[in-house]
Design a binder for this molecule. Structure first.
Ligand SMILES: Cc1cc2nc3c(=O)[nH]c(=O)nc-3n(C[C@H](O)[C@H](O)[C@H](O)COP(=O)(O)OP(=O)(O)OC[C@H]3O[C@@H](n4cnc5c(N)ncnc54)[C@H](O)[C@@H]3O)c2cc1C
Length: 409
């Protein structure tokens, strides 16, 4: 007899398991992958830890994972705020960089003003509409903002976008995935155990897996909405219409890493951000010199990621070389190597990097956070507001879901 079974050992599932154990409940996590961490995983590349999913510990002051890591004495370092800015391959002078930052500031203030307005469905416009004209910086600010939120701003709810908190970011020098794996080390997890059906018609909830059936008093599902919308788990009885409508409304956010080794890259200083704009591209984000090494991330938005298609590594390599040669000239990329390119959108257990909310649907995160019944609930990054799309939000929601299912302590 298990009190709580959790589907998924990503941040939300691990947090829920910790919260349940802290109450003295018996708990088991069923995880489809052969590892824990979900979309937070660190690989060793050339001996250096490189995150292939989440990398930034966002919103330091409110992020529960930051508080946990600090409490355990694990080292975190401040993420960069300074930016390299290149327009048509030319490094911009400090005054121009300041102008670019000021444009971002104006965009942020406009979006914050939108967040302060009542959360009214009829008033929930596209995020792009709440941005003021920003002169020469309009295109890059829109493009970079669209890149970091995982969809073009024309497809994103203004209220939802504005509700997020991203300031004061940190990195884990060992990799975010390493940190998460350590947080999940002592938890009871059955790996390689995909849940294919959940029967919540009786007093006990029954979960079907290829390894057999498991039963629990209550179940928390943390699989991403896009995975559930695709029918990966069959529910008996079917989920209420309001829950199904929420799953259907979410759209997958696309944000993919291309990992470059580029010893002679024209960037100085460890872990700084570069914005490249001009010529063919409205704006492109790069995280440069990870930890002072020759490794860099080039980040792809939806259209660029799609352009890489199935023959991913070769196409991502060609794309990166074309973009960077266009900016800096062919000589500058002579020692550039593309080491790997992620494809979370094609990953059947993720179906995207996180969940984005389209205009007019600002309430779906709250809708999904309400337990379906006293014995069945959903949680994950998709159900958080201030930290949607992030590990911190997923962790927060895993903890809250246990409270929603079992009552306050
Ligand atoms: C490239 C990339 C970059 C990112 N960058 C950042 C960043 O810098 N900072 C940040 O905070 N966030 C970032 N994110 C987002 C972050 O990774 C997610 O918000 C977070 O992992 C969500 O946690 P979760 O527990 O909700 O979902 P997940 O991490 O997806 O965990 C869900 C788990 O459920 C499992 N599962 C799915 N279906 C089943 C099933 N049927 N049976 C059993 N198990 C199942 C999955 O395998 C997975 O382990 C990034 C994501 C990507 C992909």
């Amino acid at each position: 007899m298990t009190d709580l079974i959790i589907v998924g050992a990503g941040p939300a599932g691990l947090a829920a398991a910790h919260a349940a154990r802290a109450r003295g409940l018996s708990v088991l996590i069923l995880e489809a992958r052969p590892r824990i961490g979900g979309r937070v995983v660190t690989a060793l590349i050339g001996g250096h830890p490189v995150d292939l999913g989440a990398h930034w510990l966002h919103a330091g002051p409110i992020n529960p994972v930051v508080a946990l890591a600090r409490g355990k004495g694990w080292r975190l370092k401040r993420a960069p705020v300074e930016t390299h800015l290149f327009v048509n391959g030319r490094r911009q002078r400090p005054a121009q960089v300041a102008g670019y930052h000021a444009a971002f500031g104006r965009a942020d203030r406009a979006l914050a003003a939108m967040a302060g307005r009542p959360d009214d469905q009829d008033d929930d416009d596209v995020a792009a509409a709440s941005l003021p004209p920003l002169g020469r910086w309009t295109r890059p600010v829109r493009a970079i903002t669209g890149l970091v939120c995982g969809r073009p701003l024309t497809e994103v709810s203004a209220h939802d976008f504005a509700s997020s908190e991203y300031a004061d970011n940190l990195f884990s020098p060992e990799g975010f995935g390493t940190l998460l794996a350590r947080l999940g080390r002592d938890l009871p997890v059955a790996l390689d155990t995909p849940v294919t059906a959940i029967d919540w018609s009786g007093r006990m909830v029954r979960l079907t897996t290829p390894r057999g059936v498991a039963e629990a008093l209550k179940v928390l599902v943390t699989a991403p909405p896009a995975v559930l919308e695709g029918g990966a788990i069959r529910f008996t009885p079917p989920l209420p219409e309001i829950t199904q409508a929420a799953f259907a409304a979410f759209q997958p956010a696309v944000y993919e890493h291309v990992v470059l080794q580029w010893p002679s890259a024209p960037f100085q200083g460890a872990d700084r951000i570069a914005t490249l704009t001009g010529r063919r591209l409205p704006g492109l984000g790069l995280l440069t010199r990870l930890d002072g090494t020759a490794l860099h991330y080039l980040e792809l938005d939806g259209p660029l990621s799609q352009a890489c298609g199935p023959d991913r590594l070769a196409k991502a390599a060609r794309l990166a070389r074309t973009i960077l040669a266009d900016q800096f000239g062919a000589r500058a990329i002579r020692d550039l190597k593309v080491l790997t390119a992620t494809d979370w959108q094609a990953d059947s257990l993720a179906r995207g990097s996180w969940s984005s909310v389209p205009p007019g649907h600002a309430s779906i995160r709250d809708m999904l956070a309400v337990p379906v019944a006293e014995r069945l609930a959903f949680a994950g990054e998709a159900t958080d507001h201030a930290q949607w799309g992030t590990v911190g939000g997923a962790w927060m929601q895993g903890t809250l879901a246990v409270e929603r299912l079992f009552g306050p302590t």
